[in-house]
Design a protein around this ligand. Structure first.
Ligand code: GLU
Length: 303
């Protein structure tokens, strides 16, 4: 076995030995039922080969990782106009916090906290039906991953729609400041469906090739948008634990409450990790530790 394959096997064994899984997202009923003792990593390297360990072919809910794709689609559509409505600064508040919206007159701090992602999806939706905006996000993901076998799980979306009081509050608060162009419930419905996209770690790692600038990647997005997405992943991709993640891992990453992490090692690899139990920040508990182990054993860091 080559050294990357060996490193992945060691991480897999250690995560199972530690058996410290955290709890799946409790506020989305469909996700609360997922068995926490699950783990997968897939790594696509510069030569296009994909190495995996664990349940790498099991689709999981990508949740907030979808915000990276929605951001790229929105930048492709309206470019820098997005920044008049959303900032580009990290926060020390939780992913679903309303606090900064009040101090900044309804302008979310960045496109990865929930309020910022709702505004980004609203911008992508403008002048179209939700199914058209969703088709654009799904089409982008499929092109980036190089497969059409990626779908939205409607039960997860409906489950969040029924229970997502916090996100509803955020959307209506944004609307009260004039920072939504569509009916808040229409934007939210689109956002919940975008979050309910399911992918395997293999598909997710493949989709990150263009963000990593790998030669094997299809040219689906502009170099500038890829750079900007990476910058935001590094500074804001793990919410109020982004500083800690940069400190321990040193790579741009985006987490989701489904337990996934998309991790980019520029010009070296695109990595996807999944373990559904979360830590207190809403990031994968075992996945975050696995990311640090992988960065240590490969020496991959942007610093
Ligand atoms: N759909 C989730 C929410 O809005 C996404 C959050 C996340 O994955 O961090 O609460």
């Amino acid at each position: 076995m080559d050294s990357l394959g060996q490193a992945l096997e060691e991480i897999h064994d250690r995560i199972h030995e530690e058996a410290d899984w955290g709890l799946p997202a409790q506020y989305i009923p469909e996700l609360a039922n997922v068995v926490p003792e699950q783990f997968a990593i897939s790594v696509v390297t510069a030569d296009g080969s994909c190495h995996s360990v664990g349940q790498a072919q099991r689709p999981f809910s990508i949740q907030s990782i979808s915000k990276v794709f929605a951001l790229i689609a929105t930048l492709g559509r309206i470019g820098d106009q997005l920044w008049t409505r959303v900032g580009r600064e990290p926060t020390r508040t939780a992913f679903d916090s309303i606090m900064l919206l009040e101090t900044d007159s309804g302008r979310p701090p960045n496109p990865f906290v929930n309020a910022g992602a709702i505004v980004t999806t609203d911008a992508l939706l403008s002048g179209r039906e939700p199914r058209q905006a969703l088709a654009e996000i799904l089409g982008l993901i499929r092109a980036m991953a190089g497969t059409d076998d990626i779908y939205i799980n409607n039960e997860v979306a409906d489950s969040e729609k029924r229970t997502g009081a916090r996100n509803k509050a955020l959307a209506h608060y944004l609307a009260s400041h004039g920072n939504l162009r569509n009916d808040p419930d229409l934007t939210l419905g689109t956002y919940f469906h975008q979050c309910a996209i399911e992918m395997t770690t293999e598909q997710l790692a493949m989709s990150g090739r263009v963000l990593a600038g790998l030669e094997c990647a299809p040219r689906t997005i502009s170099r500038m948008h890829a750079k900007r997405a990476n910058a935001l992943m590094m500074t804001c991709g793990h919410y109020d634990a982004s500083g800690e993640f940069a400190f321990k891992v040193g790579l741009p990453g985006k987490s989701g409450v489904g337990g996934g992490i998309l991790l980019i090692a520029p010009r070296k690899a695109s990595i996807a990790i999944w373990s559904p139990g979360l830590n207190g920040y809403g990031n994968s508990h075992a996945g975050t530790r696995a990311a640090a182990m992988l960065a240590r054993s490969t020496g991959w860091s942007v610093f």
